[in-house]
Ligand binder design. Sequence first.
Ligand SMILES: Nc1ncnc2c1ncn2[C@@H]1O[C@H](COP(=O)(O)OP(=O)(O)O)[C@@H](O)[C@H]1O
Ligand SMILES: O=P(O)(O)OC[C@H]1O[C@](O)(COP(=O)(O)O)[C@@H](O)[C@@H]1O
Ligand SMILES: [Mg+2]
Length: 517
Amino acid sequence: MDSLAAAIAPKLVVPARNSHFSGGRLLGKSLLRPKSNRISRKIRLHADKTTQINFTDPDWKSKFQKNFEARFSIPHLTDVFLDAVPIPSTFCLKMRTPTEDFADGYPSDETWHGYINNNDRVLLKVINYSSPTSAGAECIDPDCTWVEQWEKIYFKPEEVKAAIVTCGGLCPGLNDVIRHIVITLEIYGVKKIVGIPYGYRGFSDEDLSEMPLSRKVVQNVHLSGGSLLGVSRGGPSISDIVDSMEERGINMLFVLGGNGTHAGANAIHNECHKRRLKVAVVGVPKTIDNDILLMDKTFGFDTAVEEAQRAINSAYIEAHSAYHGIGIVKLMGRSSGFIAMHASLASGQIDICLIPEVPFNLHGPHGVLRHLEYLLETKGSAVVCVAEGAGQNFLQKTNAKDASGNAVLGDIGVHLQQEIKKTFKDIGTPADVKYIDPTYMIRACRANASDGILCTVLGQNAVHGAFAGYSGITVGICNTHYVYLPIPEVISYPRVVDPNSRMWHRCLTSTGQPDFI
Ligand SMILES: Nc1ncnc2c1ncn2[C@@H]1O[C@H](COP(=O)(O)OP(=O)(O)O)[C@@H](O)[C@H]1O
Ligand SMILES: O=P(O)(O)OC[C@H]1O[C@](O)(COP(=O)(O)O)[C@@H](O)[C@@H]1O
Ligand SMILES: [Mg+2]
């Protein structure tokens, strides 16, 4: 072995036995670190819905596999710097000042243990569906028969200037991730760590100066929600961001954000590549909407669902205590109804769950309003949980966009409230309607314990990935394993609730709602 991998706690190692998954060979891009000089970078998953495959071609499997390998090859600094020489990892929990151990120069070789092998892979698909009609089936071929199978550090810590930026909306756990990035960087021996204030805007706004970060500064930040660094939407061009990075001497950039932020991170990575800058750009997906592809979940989502329970419970109590009470709770979810679905399932107090992925009628014999009449007749009260992106077809389109170019949605919660009040007035049945919009309360709170742990792992892995020389990647949890993924693969479209999935069916079973079509 001619060089060393960046260190990672052995317990994170993806077991090689995963590659013996019965029914096929499916592997995902596994977690960290190479033992060999050149990290092999491959990953597998099921065919996405946009992949066009000619199944009459006898070679379709090998072509699919080749295409898959190409898509999931994650970018590495050695793609540009062919002769980049890695050094032994300075990450060692036994040393307080790691770089001092290498004061006389870095050894050329060393044996380390506990790293993940380059070729370890995570199975991205763990169910062999017997038929494409199985609930939630994700099949590659029409018959659903084929399941495709599946050490060094590249930066001297004393030469690193690392920057962290948080963009988009808030999300529980941002501070936890920042904290662990900083702590892990320090353990590698990095002394120059800064926060870029208020998202990408902080790269261009002259009134905003970068914030020096250290273990001392971040020690207790996870105790409160929000982002220590601030967030924003919109901001400078990619070229201006990279100019600013060059001026500041930033060669490691950790970008915390959702799909928009990751599109930016990937563009920054490409621009650095084009300018031949030795810079590692690593993303950490942040979105309470949970709309990032391939991830089991993103940090903050669990907390958001948990926090939503409080609003739902209040709506339930209000509705249940009133004569003909109807509670409405609006939850976030621009194009994905994960929070609404999970909060409805978790609470067991929701009678009607409305999400953007499932069309519904308000009026008519099968509409939501008719079902509410039935609920008042039979139960005496009802609670509705609606995702903000649901039922946008009932609202006036404004074409308004936020600073990042996201469509500004109409308020479906207010609309529902008005329609319900009007309907019950018209039919002469009293209805006591209470509307709760806990939107910002849910995303401004601090992370719960489970998200806290997820943030810890993701923050640490982001740093390991950067030191291992990867760039244009993001970190995540996939089938319970922590992985690296190429950015374009996780943001090619928003992950949405599959109306044919078992989880949505479970939600319908729980609420008892009919199809509103
Ligand atoms: N396609 C894109 N290319 C480059 N930057 C983008 C792109 N989309 C959004 N951004 C930038 O990413 C940041 C966050 O995007 P936004 O959509 O608001 O939040 P999120 O990352 O949570 O989806 C903004 O500063 C925005 O300008
Ligand atoms: O009011 P803001 O800050 O624009 O945020 C609203 C948006 O934030 C979200 O919760 C998450 O969006 P991002 O992932 O883009 O931050 C959306 O569901 C919602 O539309
Ligand atoms: Mg977004």
